[in-house]
Design a protein around this ligand. Structure first.
Ligand SMILES: [Ca+2]
Length: 494
C-alpha cells in the first residue's frame, strides 16, 4: 500500500492508493513526553484481534474439518494456544465491555447486546431485567490506560458498546473507524450499507471504495495505515473485525472453492461461512506480515480471540452457520459451545513456540494481562474481576490464583432461557432461572455436557449453587422477575 504523509492543521493524515483517509489528532506536549518515556522502556505494542462470533472449533488449529486458516495456525505455532479460554458472556456487547474494562458484565449490568438492553420480552415465563446499554464514560478502559502511558490507540471495526455519545473516541481511542452502536453491517460488500433489522445501517470512516470491495479487507487496510502512522511510538490496535458474524457473506470465488471441498461427514458444512473464516485468516496474515516487515515483530504482543461461541442457527441458503462440536450448543447459551472460544497469544521472548495452555481463562482477564505486559501498575482506584495471564504466558503449566469462573445471562436467546453458570476445576454447574433447576457436568469426561449429574452428585451441585448465589450477590447481578396479576413485577429470590 502506498502511503503519503501530510501534516495538516496539527493533524496527521495518511492517504493510500484507494483514497482512504486516516486522521487522528496531534498529541499534547505532555503526551509526547509520556510517549518518549514509554519508548525508552520499550513497552510492547499490543495488537488485540477480536473476531466476531468465531466458534471454538472454527479454526483448523482447533480442529475444523472444512475451514482453512493457515495464518492463524502459524500464529498458534509461534505462540500459545489456549484450550479452555472463555468469553465473558455468550453474546457480543457484554464480552466487549468486559474486555475493555476488566470487570464482569454482571457487575456492570451489561449482560445482553445493547439493542436488547432496554426492551426485555414481557410474555415469556420470566421477565429479563432492563440492563445498561452504553458502556459508562466513568469506566476507565485499557485504551485509556495505554493512551495515558503514551500509546497511540486505535479501534477499528465493530464497537457495539453504546450510542454516538459513547463511541470509541470517548473511551481512550485516538483513532477509530467503523464503530457504531450496531452489532453487524447490513452487508460485507461495498458500500457496506443497506436495510438491516428494519433500519438503514452503514459502516462509517472507510472513505471511497469500489464495487466488490470487501469489508474485512478494507478494515485491515486501515489497520496497516495505523501501524505505519505510529512509527516508533508504542501502539495499541484493537482490531475488532465484523466478520464472521451475520450476514453470512463470503467472496463468491471462495464460496465456490469451499463448496467443492464439502464432504458428507463434515462437521462444518457452510461454504459461505468457510469463505468468511478464510478471508478473516488472510487479513490476520496481512497484519502479522506488516508487523514483521515493519521490524516490530519482536516487540509486539498479539492476542487473537472471539467474543462468544459460534452461531449455530441458519442464515441464508446453506445449513447451520457453524458447529461447535464436540462442545454443546452455541452463541447465546452457557453450555460450552456458547462461551468457550479460541485464544492465541504470541509475545516474542515470553511465549514459547507451539505452546498449549489448558488453564481456564476468561476475556475479562485481558485488561490486567495487558496492564502487566506493558509494566503499568494497577491504579489504587482500579478494581478488576480478571487475572493477568502473564504467569501462564511465561509457563503454560502454571496456574492462576482463581478457583471459579462465573457467567450470568438472565435473558433469552434461541439457544437458551435465562441462566447462570460456573466452572470450578472440571465441574460445570448451570442454574436455569425460570425454575432454578440445576445441571452439573464433569467436563474432564463429558466436554459435550450430555450427562447431568445434579441428582446423582447432589452434594457437589448444592455446594456450587451456594457459591454461585454468593457470587451473584457479591457482584449485584440483576435477576429476572416474575409477573403477577396485580402490582409490580417481583424479583425472583436468589
Ligand atoms: Ca459476537
Amino acid at each position: 500500500m502506498r502511503l503519503i504523509s501530510l501534516a495538516v492543521l496539527g493533524s496527521l493524515f495518511l492517504v493510500n492508493a484507494t483514497a482512504t483517509v486516516l486522521a487522528f489528532p496531534a498529541r499534547s506536549a505532555d503526551a509526547q513526553e509520556r510517549g518518549r518515556s514509554a519508548e525508552s522502556t520499550r513497552r510492547p505494542n499490543i495488537v488485540l484481534i477480536l473476531v466476531d462470533d468465531l466458534g471454538w472449533a472454527d479454526l483448523a488449529c482447533y480442529g475444523s474439518d472444512l475451514h482453512q486458516t493457515p495464518n492463524v495456525d502459524a500464529l498458534a505455532n509461534r505462540g500459545m494456544r489456549f484450550t479452555d479460554a472463555y468469553a465473558s458472556a455468550p453474546v457480543c456487547s457484554p464480552t466487549r465491555a468486559a474486555l475493555l474494562s476488566g470487570k464482569h458484565p454482571a457487575r456492570m449490568h451489561m449482560t445482553i447486546w445493547r439493542e436488547a438492553a432496554k426492551t426485555p420480552p414481557l410474555k415469556r415465563k420470566v421477565i429479563p431485567p432492563i440492563t445498561v446499554a452504553d458502556l459508562p464514560l466513568s469506566i476507565v478502559t485499557i485504551a485509556e490506560r495505554l493512551k495515558d502511558a503514551g500509546y497511540l490507540t486505535a479501534h477499528i471495526g465493530k464497537w457495539h458498546l453504546g450510542d454516538a455519545a459513547h463511541y470509541p473516541e470517548t473511551q481512550g481511542f485516538d483513532f477509530e473507524v467503523g464503530g457504531t452502536h450496531w452489532g453487524c453491517p447490513s452487508t460485507f460488500f461495498h458500500p457496506y450499507r443497506g436495510m438491516s433489522h428494519g433500519e438503514l445501517r452503514y459502516v462509517p470512516g472507510l472513505g471511497l471504495g469500489k464495487q466488490d470491495d470487501y469489508l474485512t479487507d478494507r478494515l485491515t487496510d486501515q489497520a496497516l495505515g495505523f501501524i505505519d502512522a505510529a512509527k516508533d511510538r508504542p501502539f495499541f490496535l484493537y482490531m475488532a473485525y465484523y466478520t464472521v458474524h451475520t450476514p453470512i457473506e463470503g467472496k463468491p470465488n471462495l464460496v465456490k472453492r469451499f463448496q467443492k471441498k464439502l464432504r458428507p461427514a463434515m462437521r462444518h458444512a457452510n461454504p459461505a461461512y468457510a469463505a468468511m473464516v478464510y478471508s478473516m485468516d488472510e487479513n490476520v496474515g496481512r497484519i502479522l506480515d506488516h508487523i514483521k516487515k515493519s521490524h516490530l515483530d519482536d516487540r509486539t504482543l498479539v492476542i487473537l480471540t472471539s467474543d462468544n461461541g459460534g452461531f449455530i442457527n441458519r442464515w441464508g441458503p446453506f445449513p447451520a452457520v457453524t458447529n461447535n462440536a464436540p462442545l454443546r450448543s452455541g452463541k447465546g447459551s452457557l453450555y460450552e459451545g456458547g462461551i468457550r472460544v479460541p485464544l492465541i497469544v504470541r509475545w516474542p521472548g515470553v511465549t514459547r513456540a507451539a505452546a498449549t495452555c489448558s488453564e481456564p481463562v476468561v476475556l475479562t482477564d485481558v485488561y490486567p494481562t495487558i496492564l502487566e505486559a506493558v509494566d503499568l501498575k494497577k491504579d489504587t482506584s482500579e478494581s478488576f474481576d480478571g487475572f493477568s495471564w502473564v504467569p501462564l504466558l511465561r509457563d503454560a503449566a502454571s496456574e492462576l490464583p482463581r478457583n471459579s469462573l462465573f457467567w450470568h445471562y438472565p435473558h433469552y436467546y434461541p439457544t437458551t432461557t435465562p441462566v447462570s453458570a460456573m466452572r470450578s476445576g472440571n465441574w460445570k454447574l448451570l442454574e436455569y432461572l425460570e425454575d432454578y433447576r440445576l445441571e452439573l457436568y464433569d467436563l474432564s469426561v463429558d466436554p459435550g455436557e450430555r450427562k447431568n449429574l445434579a441428582t446423582t452428585n447432589r452434594a457437589k451441585a448444592d455446594q456450587m449453587r451456594d457459591r454461585l448465589h454468593a457470587w451473584r450477590k457479591e457482584v449485584g447481578a440483576q435477576m429476572p422477575t416474575t409477573c403477577h396479576a396485580k402490582g409490580a413485577p417481583k424479583a425472583n429470590s436468589d
